[in-house]
Design a protein around this ligand. Structure first.
Ligand code: ADP
Ligand code: MG
Length: 320
């Protein structure tokens, strides 16, 4: 017999509420009820993944699930929040049980790893689309935001930049890779590690932060705009992907304008440079200094100290 809507939810999604600290009422009622401790604030974000736009048509259900949840947790990381709960609005062409089992297993992997619980959602029929709303908590007033950078602050980025675009090129068979590169890039695309620990560390160190989903120049530009200052990027300092077949030009273009990195870009005031450098030296923060905030507005690039203009279009990906 075909799987009905309520049985589908019960079978695959009701159990994903395990580990939901502060959960009073989860999947099964008209809405979920949760508790925040006194002195905490709720941080909420939503990201939607559409088949053919955010992942290839032939993507595996487990991969789709891990990507959908990880990209949301990346937004919480950029806010310095601790993940708590999420809801799932799922639009499916068909109730395929093999697909659902794998999809739920992917959600379960990521939610266990990061201690967040599925507390509700909605299930509809239509072209495959996954929309997740993630909720996290921060001690009151301690969230990170895009505003708050000042001229003289240093700009840092975690991880390597451009791996999201390199991964997409690989998945679209535009980039030949060795087996180990392929494994790494597949993982980067479908299970990008949300920089949650880094976000927590940065609460007391960064003046502004953003997660890099639209490309470094676009996202560093968002910090500049929100902070009402300019930003300078030193392109010779960027940590680039290690992919043997990619040209230096492609690596730099991916790092500056490629999307889907889900690393953090953050700014640090001068009196905290030493603290950040100490964390990096101790191996507790994987980040590199890539520029500085400056007077003025917008983004400018330098290469070994000389003004440099990217030879390609600068806009990050825009849907409209
Ligand atoms: P309503 O009609 O009141 O909106 P639904 O029938 O849509 O309720 O959902 C029943 C319950 O199942 C609700 O608690 C809802 O949060 C939950 N739910 C529905 N779809 C999902 C899903 N994809 N993942 C998790 N929970 C879901
Ligand atoms: Mg409903």
């Amino acid at each position: 017999m075909a799987l009905g809507e309520f049985e589908l939810i019960r079978r695959y999604f009701s159990s994903l509420a395990d580990g939901g600290r502060g959960l009073v009422l989860g999947v099964g009622d008209d809405a979920a009820v949760t508790v925040l401790e006194p002195g905490e604030q709720l941080v909420t974000c939503t990201d939607t993944l559409v088949r053919g736009v955010h992942f290839p048509d032939d993507a595996a259900p487990r991969d789709i699930a891990t990507r959908a949840l990880c990209v949301n947790l990346s937004d919480l990381a950029a806010m310095g929040a601790t993940p708590r709960w999420y809801t799932l609005a799922l639009t499916l062409d068909a109730a395929d049980e093999d697909w659902l089992r794998e999809f739920a297993a992917g959600l379960s992997d990521v939610s266990r790893r990061h201690g967040c619980a599925l507390i509700g959602g909605d299930t509809t029929r239509g072209p495959l689309c996954i929309s997740i709303t993630a909720m996290g908590s921060v001690p009151a007033g301690r969230y990170l935001s895009r505003g708050g950078a000042r001229p003289g602050d240093a700009v840092y980025a975690t991880g390597r930049l451009g791996e999201g675009a390199a991964a997409l090129a690989f998945l679209q068979r535009r980039l030949p890779c060795t087996d180990s590169e392929a494994t790494h890039l597949h993982q980067r695309f479908y299970c990008p590690a949300p920089r949650l620990n880094e976000g927590l560390l940065l609460r007391s160190l960064a003046s502004a932060a953003i997660d890099i989903s639209d490309g470094l120049l676009a996202d560093a530009g968002h910090i500049a705009t929100a902070s009402d200052v300019g930003v300078r990027i030193d392109v010779d300092c960027l940590p680039l992907p290690e992919v043997a077949a990619a040209t230096p030009d492609a690596l730099l273009r991916w790092a500056l304008t490629g999307g889907d990195d889900y690393e953090l870009c953050f700014t640090v005031p001068p009196d905290r440079f030493a603290a950040v450098e100490a964390l990096i030296a101790a191996g507790d923060l994987m980040a590199r200094r890539i520029g500085a905030m400056v007077e003025g507005s917008g983004v400018e690039c330098y290469d070994r100290g000389n003004r440099w203009t990217p030879p390609w279009p600068l806009a990050g990906y825009r849907h409209f």
